[in-house]
Design a protein around this ligand. Structure first.
Ligand code: FNR
Length: 363
């Protein structure tokens, strides 16, 4: 029996995750034409054999123009399925759960790899003239001037999400996460800071969340009944009060997403507006996950941000501020981070059997 909440399994629909320390989506920016390659296989494989309760594969574009950078993964064509399936099958052979984040970068598309802070033009593989946002206002200086998405564009992006989801199911992923955070397309439609449309998709809160909910409803309809659906959402845009998406919007949206069949909310913040002021410090994003956990019973919630020790993770879970803690960069530094946390929390470590002698005490 686990001594800690961190190492207590969590079941969502038909999937049981063996612990509550999960790997959040993190772009590696090294794909060619959206295809997963040996780097992705080794990268995700090395995490899968070292015990996190779940891996969310990086933001994967539903269309070529929906990539953040030329190096983003994609699921816009059938050829992209089999290299993903190879990773999924490997993870499953070690009992590891793995899902995928499906994304459209919106007005933050066609950016440099890695730091993603300026536009990439055609000569460098970019697509600055094929970038879409809620309006034609750029994210900030140095980014593409987007086209305001027309009804036809909205329909196409919706259909791209649906097609990519079908491919993710074919690849065998345990779940799908919709990227609705960080100022990318769905997030930019939700936030009043970026969505100043005057049609039925802009203006009021209800109008702004309509499009992300349509996409969510369509995805829920086509994935298997026992497959959990995740949604990554912003808790706040970190703007002055009244200027952007806020925790009250988060809670309202969380209820609507639960009604649309979302099982798990991956709560992050920021990235929606360049005027953001983020007070980065340990636990800074926990209150947002906690707000959802208190207000929306039955919806599982994850928090994230700067976690790199077992005691901090366990405290958040034990105080029921979240159901899951994501550990991002600490996993890039050490793919066996969960084993270190297990040792710290005096739990049995979870490693592939090949590594069994690494834990046998010599004395
Ligand atoms: C990220 N993050 C991120 N978020 C997301 O929703 N989709 C993504 O593809 C990415 N890509 C990405 C790449 C890299 C290199 C980093 C460092 C981060 C954000 C990530 O999921 C997480 O929220 C943050 O890294 C904060 O958690 P840590 O790293 O402090 O544990």
């Amino acid at each position: 029996t686990p001594k800690t909440v961190a190492f207590t399994p969590l079941t969502l629909r038909g999937v049981t995750f063996h612990n509550r320390i999960w790997v959040p989506p993190m772009c590696m920016f090294c794909a060619v034409d959206g295809m997963a390659d040996d780097f992705h296989f080794v990268h995700y494989g090395s995490l899968a054999i070292r015990g996190p309760g779940c891996i969310v594969m990086e933001a994967t574009a539903v269309s070529p123009e929906g990539r953040i950078s030329p190096g983003c993964l994609g699921l816009w064509k059938d050829e992209q399925i089999s290299p993903m399936k190879r990773i999924v099958d490997f993870a499953h052979s070690y009992g590891q759960k793995i899902g995928i984040q499906l994304a459209h970068a919106g007005r933050k598309a066609s950016c440099t790899r890695g730091v993603c802070n300026h536009l990439v033009d055609e000569s460098e593989g970019g697509w600055p003239n094929n970038v879409y946002g809620p309006t034609d206002v750029p994210f900030q200086e140095g980014y593409a001037k987007p086209k305001a998405a027309s009804k036809a564009d909205l329909k196409r992006i919706h259909d791209d999400f649906v097609s990519a989801t079908k491919r993710a199911v074919t690849a065998g992923f345990d779940f799908v996460e919709i990227h609705g955070a960080h100022g990318y397309f769905l997030s930019s439609m939700s936030s009043p800071a970026s969505n100043t449309r005057t049609d039925e998709y802009g203006g009021s809160f209800e109008n702004r969340v309509k499009y992300p909910l349509e996409v969510t409803n369509s995805i829920r309809k086509i994935i298997p009944e026992d497959m959990p659906l995740f949604y990554r959402i912003n808790g706040t845009d970190w703007l002055e009060p009244g200027k952007g998406w806020e925790v009250t919007d988060l809670v309202k949206m969380a209820k609507l997403l639960k009604d649309a069949g979302v099982d798990f909310l991956n709560v992050s913040t920021g990235g929606a507006d360049s005027a953001q002021q983020i007070p980065v410090k340990p636990f800074f994003q926990v209150p947002f996950a906690e707000a959802v956990k208190k207000a929306v019973p039955g919806l599982a919630v994850g928090t994230v941000g700067l976690f790199c020790d077992g005691k901090s993770i366990e405290s958040v879970l034990k105080e029921e501020r979240a159901d899951v803690v994501f550990v991002g960069r600490a996993h890039l530094r050490n793919p066996a981070a969960v084993s270190a946390f297990a040792t710290e929390l005096d739990e049995p470590i979870v490693l592939a059997p090949q590594y069994i002698r690494s834990v046998r005490r010599r004395h």
